[in-house]
Design a protein around this ligand. Structure first.
Ligand code: F3S
Length: 81
């Protein structure tokens, strides 16, 4: 299983992730990307049919802000840090 969240500290709102994976990523009120799967917590597995999109987004982010893991991200990590 794959989990993802966006590192908003390094996201520059380039928009590539939302283009590659519109069912996973969207923008918050500041124009920074976040995962709509689980409010950017990275604790819900990405549906199988979206894994290709996730990989495209991961590869396409110019600042490597798309974080992907085989394990859930720490649920204590706040999405707005
Ligand atoms: Fe930000 Fe990277 Fe997406 S810079 S908008 S996370 S492609």
């Amino acid at each position: 299983k794959k989990y993802t969240r966006v590192d908003k500290d390094t996201c520059i709102s380039c928009g590539a992730c939302e283009m590659a994976a519109p069912d996973i990523f969207n923008y918050d009120e500041n124009g920074l990307a976040f995962s709509i799967i689980d409010e950017n917590k990275g604790i819900k597995p990405i549906p199988k049919e979206l894994l290709m999109d996730l990989e495209d987004a991961y590869d396409g982010c110019p600042t490597e802000s798309i974080l992907v893991s085989d394990h859930p991200f720490d649920a204590d990590v706040r999405s707005d840090d």
